[in-house]
Each structure stands twice: as C-alpha cells, then as structure tokens.
Design a protein around this ligand. Structure first.
Ligand SMILES: *[C@@H]1O[C@H](CO)[C@@H](O)[C@H](O)[C@H]1NC(C)=O
Ligand SMILES: *[C@@H]1O[C@H](CO)[C@@H](O)[C@H](O)[C@H]1NC(C)=O
Ligand SMILES: *[C@@H]1O[C@H](CO)[C@@H](O)[C@H](O)[C@H]1NC(C)=O
Ligand SMILES: *[C@@H]1O[C@H](CO)[C@@H](O)[C@H](O)[C@H]1NC(C)=O
Ligand SMILES: *[C@@H]1O[C@H](CO)[C@@H](O)[C@H](O)[C@H]1NC(C)=O
Ligand SMILES: *[C@@H]1O[C@H](CO)[C@@H](O)[C@H](O)[C@H]1NC(C)=O
Ligand SMILES: *[C@@H]1O[C@H](CO)[C@@H](O)[C@H](O)[C@H]1NC(C)=O
Ligand SMILES: *[C@@H]1O[C@H](CO)[C@@H](O)[C@H](O)[C@H]1NC(C)=O
Ligand SMILES: *[C@@H]1O[C@H](CO)[C@@H](O)[C@H](O)[C@H]1NC(C)=O
Ligand SMILES: *[C@@H]1O[C@H](CO)[C@@H](O)[C@H](O)[C@H]1NC(C)=O
Ligand SMILES: *[C@@H]1O[C@H](CO)[C@@H](O)[C@H](O)[C@H]1NC(C)=O
Ligand SMILES: *[C@@H]1O[C@H](CO)[C@@H](O)[C@H](O)[C@H]1NC(C)=O
Length: 461
C-alpha cells in the first residue's frame, strides 16, 4: 500500500514560479483529509459571496485540468463535480488522489488557491493472535494459571497505524499495555487470576483518526489444589444416603460424576457433587466413586471412593441390677459408614418402644458407643430384654441385653449362706476321709481338721 502511494506521488516540477508568487496564503493551511471510498469537497479559498469563473487543476508545478465552472468544459473524470459554484467535490476517493490541488478563480483579477489533500486508508481489520489458550463453546478464551500466553496484534492502514494493547480487569479501568508500533506483541509468562480480563488491541490511523479495536476476553482457570474429598451421610429419616464430593479451590467449579464400583454404573453428574440414594440402591460393602473433572485439571480427573457399611454391635449379653440401684448397659457400635444412629429399645410390647431419656433413663453417646443407665431399678418395671439398635441407610442391626433385677442380699442371709456352705463342705470332706483312711481319722484324739490337714500334706509328698 505504502509503495503504491509513493509511486503515484506527482513529481514536483520547477516551472510555475510566477503562479507560486500569486498564491493566496491558503497554501499554509492544514491539509484536507479524506478517506478512501469516501467523498471529499475541496473549497476554492475561504470566500463567501459571488464567485467568478473557477477552474481546478491537479499537481503543484504543472497544472493538469480537472474541472471548470464554464460548462463548455467537461470534467476530466466523472468523479469530479462542482459544488456550490466553486468547490471541487471528489467522489469515491482513491489513494492516488492525494496531492496538491490548485483552484484558479477569474473575477476582476485571477487568483490562485492551493489545497493539500491527504488520503487515509483503514485500518479495516485488526488481527489478534493469542496463544496458547483454549476456547470455550461461547468463544471466550481461557488459559491455565501459571501458563505462558503470547499476545500479538497487527493491522494495516495508510499511513501505517499505531497498534497498542490495552488491558481491563473486571471492575477496574483500562490500562495501556504495549507499544506504539504497527505490530504489537508481548508475552505474559505466568498467568494469574489478576491477569484475567478483557484484552483490547487498538489500531489507530494517525491521519484520519479512525480506530479499530478487537476485544478478547481471556479467563484464567486453575484446578483445585488438592485431592477431592468423598463423604457419605444420612439424610432425612435415616432412609436416604447422601453422597457428597468436595473439590474446592478451583476456578471455575469442577463437574462431578458419581459411579457405583466396580462396574462404573453412573449414579449422577452434577456441579454440586451431591447425590441422594434410597435404600434399594444400597448394600453392605458397596463402593461409590466420585470423579471430579476440571477444564484445566488432570485429563482423567481426580477421584475418591467411599465404602458404605452397616454396623457391628458389641454388648454384654446380660446385666444384673439390684432393686433400688443403678445399672449401666453399654453398646459399642463399629464399622458403620455412614455413622449409625444408636437407639435403645425395650421389647416389652409390640411394637418396640424407643427409650426416651428421663429421670429414670440416662442415655449418653460418645462417638459410636452408647450407654443406657437405668436408675433406681425396679424388678417389675425394668427386668427384661433391652435392645440396642444401630441404624444407617445400609441397614439396621440390633443386640439384646437381658437385665435381671435382684433383691439386694442382707447380712443375715449372707452369713446363713456361708454357714450352710461350710456345713455342706464338712459333710463332703468327712465322707471322703472316712472312705480313704477311716482308722487314721479316729486315732490320737486330735481334732479331725488337724488330722485331715496332716493327711493332705502327706499325700502331697
Ligand atoms: C502530475 O504531473 C505529472 C507531470 O506532468 C504527471 O505525470 C502526473 O500524471 C500528474 N498527476 C496527476 C494526478 O495528474
Ligand atoms: C458520495 O456522494 C454521492 C453523491 O455525490 C453519494 O451518492 C454517496 O453516498 C456519497 N458517499 C459517501 C460515502 O458519502
Ligand atoms: C475563513 O477565514 C476567516 C478569516 O481568515 C476565518 O475567520 C474563518 O473561520 C474562515 N472560515 C473557514 C470556513 O475556514
Ligand atoms: C467558456 O468556454 C468557451 C470555450 O472556450 C468560451 O467560448 C466561453 O467564453 C467561456 N465562457 C465563459 C463565461 O468564460
Ligand atoms: C454549499 O454551501 C452551503 C451553505 O454555505 C453548505 O451548507 C453546503 O454544505 C455546501 N455544499 C458543499 C458540497 O460544500
Ligand atoms: C503539497 O504541498 C505541501 C506543502 O504545502 C508539501 O509538503 C506536500 O509534499 C505536497 N504534496 C505533494 C503530493 O506534493
Ligand atoms: C470588480 O470590479 C468592479 C469594477 O472594476 C468593482 O465594482 C467590483 O466591486 C469588483 N468586484 C470585486 C469582487 O472585487
Ligand atoms: C463465556 O462463558 C464463560 C463461562 O461460562 C463465561 O464466564 C463468559 O462470560 C462467557 N463469555 C461470553 C462473552 O458470553
Ligand atoms: C503512543 O503514541 C502516542 C502518540 O505519540 C502517545 O500519545 C501514546 O501515549 C503512546 N502510547 C503508548 C502506549 O506508548
Ligand atoms: C469483558 O467485557 C465484557 C463486555 O464489556 C464484560 O461483560 C465482561 O465481564 C468482561 N470480562 C472481564 C473478564 O472483565
Ligand atoms: C444412682 O444414680 C443417681 C444419679 O447418678 C445417684 O444420685 C444415686 O446415688 C445412684 N444410686 C446408687 C445406688 O448408686
Ligand atoms: C424381645 O426380645 C427377645 C430376645 O431377642 C425376642 O425373642 C422377643 O421376640 C422380643 N419380643 C418382642 C415383642 O419383640
């Protein structure tokens, strides 16, 4: 383009020195600027009022006829016409039209006016290249955090344009970002979130002031920094299982896929990572896998697994309580995932009754271990089976504990029992000694107990 213009520029001939002398000061005026394909009007001096015979010429030194207000002369080209009796109107400007024009007006005297026409072209296109980035379905570009991004912009115009980059972060003002050349490029080495925003390449034609710009939105994406976390928990009424997958810290939010393992049957995909399962989909030992996928994360995604289990219960099978005393039944739950809800029940009547804590019953739970304390035991009310029940969506497990309630032993009763046992022991021992060595027993007048001890000692040797 530039070469073409320079080639067609008229050579200045050193001839009409006389005419130059008679030029009106208009020659010092700023050039008239037109644009290619547009129309332009060149005025024959800054004069109002009646005009004389006007003739327009091209070329500074050797005038080439263009147009005359004497209608006997046809315009040199149909693009030229006379406007307002004296002005030269040029339609559909070309770059070759750039140059100096001369207007001759013959009234009482002949006057010459010079008009300098400059023709600008473009910029019509701005070519922007941003690499290496990905493109979203809506056309927006994204780059991974920490990556390198090359920006380059070029445009063409006559005269050559000023090309510059501008950056605008969300909710802030535009800042210049680049240099004043025809091709502007720069490299951002370590993309970060604060470099996310709109990048505008602006090309300006310095002659016409015409500007073209291309704005490109660039998002800076980053995957979550750590591994995803899987969790299963009970939902309403302990009948529904809620699977939750968390994979925080990424931008934008990742997508989650829950599958049954093994087999990979999909449970659901979501942005939240939460799925609800009813009991029919659950069985003891079943595994569920969550795969988080992020647009700039690992290609295969990142995953975690949960295994659901019903509870195992451990408890003492029997407990005894004395009338008026306290007793504590303990129930140890293990292996349940999600953690089980532990209930104490009394199976006196159908249906089983859940024991509610009150002055009589004290229930404490510490982790997956629960204790039921029965205060002030009563034989009629409290003796019987107690059930410890551990419930999660995977299943319900129960263990029975038999509580017997006894009358506390009084001292008389205890002494009586000991004496009875002693007498019983004596009878048995006497029987045995009579059986094995009846003679020895009755000799020497010693007490039978001493003799018996001596006899035991001897037997041992
Ligand atoms: C300007 O003058 C030169 C020399 O006479 C001529 O060759 C050229 O064609 C002229 N240019 C125009 C646009 O008339
Ligand atoms: C140029 O002028 C012609 C008539 O003289 C008109 O039809 C055309 O629309 C104009 N073009 C521009 C770009 O103004
Ligand atoms: C014409 O010239 C006069 C004085 O020289 C100036 O005040 C005026 O603005 C000019 N008009 C135009 C249209 O250039
Ligand atoms: C117009 O040009 C013709 C031919 O050159 C000439 O005869 C005529 O006098 C001119 N008219 C004026 C008003 O100058
Ligand atoms: C002709 O003159 C009138 C009034 O001065 C102006 O409004 C109009 O734009 C002029 N036309 C051209 C083509 O310069
Ligand atoms: C027209 O004249 C100006 C001086 O008034 C000069 O600078 C310019 O180069 C000339 N244009 C051409 C095409 O000769
Ligand atoms: C032209 O000359 C006549 C007489 O010579 C004079 O009356 C008239 O005002 C002049 N016109 C201009 C525009 O100078
Ligand atoms: C394109 O999509 C991304 C992600 O959904 C969004 O952040 C961005 O604003 C969208 N851009 C346009 C121009 O719609
Ligand atoms: C580019 O150049 C123009 C004019 O020389 C100046 O006003 C502007 O500030 C420059 N821009 C940059 C980004 O250097
Ligand atoms: C880029 O510009 C568009 C339109 O003004 C705006 O909607 C969008 O939020 C901007 N994007 C950023 C990242 O600033
Ligand atoms: C039973 O427990 C209650 C409350 O903890 C206590 O006040 C009471 O003394 C206890 N009774 C016996 C016999 O330990
Ligand atoms: C109470 O528990 C015992 C022992 O498990 C069981 O045999 C009996 O059927 C239960 N009674 C009721 C009413 O559930």
């Amino acid at each position: 383009m530039a070469a073409g213009v320079r080639a067609s520029r008229p050579q200045v001939l050193v001839c009409l020195g006389v005419l130059l002398a008679r030029w009106v000061a208009a020659g010092l005026e700023a050039p008239v600027i037109g644009e290619v394909h547009e129309n332009v009007t060149l005025h024959c001096g800054n004069i109002s009022g009646p005009r004389g015979l006007v003739t327009w010429y091209r070329n500074d030194s050797e005038p080439v006829f263009l147009l005359s207000s004497n209608s006997s002369f046809r315009p040199a080209e149909p693009r030229f016409s006379l406007a307002n009796a004296s002005s030269l109107h040029i339609k559909a400007l070309r770059l070759q039209d750039e140059g100096n024009y001369t207007c001759q007006e013959v009234l009482n005297e002949t006057r010459w006016f010079r008009v300098w026409l400059r023709v600008a072209c473009g910029p019509y296109e701005v070519e922007v290249n941003i690499s290496s980035t990905g493109t979203l379905p809506n056309g927006t570009l994204y780059a991974a955090k920490g990556s390198q991004v090359d920006f380059s912009c070029s445009s063409r115009s006559w005269p050559p344009p000023v090309v510059e980059w501008q950056f605008r972060a969300p909710d802030s003002s535009t800042e210049p970002f680049g240099n004043n050349v025809t091709v502007s490029s720069f490299i951002l080495l370590l993309m970060s979130r604060n470099l996310q925003g709109n990048y505008t390449c602006l090309a300006t034609n310095t002659l016409s002031g015409r500007q073209r710009k291309v704005t490109t939105e660039l998002l800076v994406y980053s995957p979550p920094p750590s591994a995803p976390q899987c969790r299963a928990e009970m939902s309403q009424g302990q009948l529904t299982l809620q699977l939750t997958c968390r994979w925080d810290g990424g931008y934008p939010d990742p997508d989650f896929l829950w599958t049954e393992e093994p087999g990979g049957v999909a449970v659901g995909t979501s942005k939240l990572g939460v799925e609800m399962l009813n009991q029919s989909q659950l069985s003891d030992g079943k595994k569920f896998k969550c795969v988080g996928s992020h647009i700039v994360g690992p290609e295969l995604g990142a995953s975690c697994v949960v295994q659901i289990r019903s509870a195992s219960l451990v408890s003492e099978p029997m407990k005894t309580c004395f009338v008026g005393g306290n007793v504590t039944l303990t129930c140890q739950v293990s292996g349940a995932y999600p953690p089980a809800k532990i209930l104490w029940l009394r199976n006196l009547t159908q249906p089983e009754v859940v024991i509610q804590p009150n002055g009589h019953y004290l229930i404490t739970q510490n982790g997956q271990s629960s204790t039921l304390t029965i205060r002030n035991c009563s034989q009629v009310l409290d003796e019987g089976y107690y059930v410890c029940q551990a419930k999660n969506p995977v299943g319900v497990r129960e263990v029975d504990i038999w509580l017997s309630v006894k009358e506390p032993w009084n001292i008389g009763g205890i002494v009586g029992t000991i004496v009875s046992l002693l007498l019983l022991g004596l009878a048995i021992i006497s029987g045995l000694m009579l059986y094995y060595s009846p003679v020895f027993c009755w000799k020497g007048g010693k007490t039978w107990v001493m003799s018996w001890f001596w006899w035991i000692q001897k037997k041992r040797k």
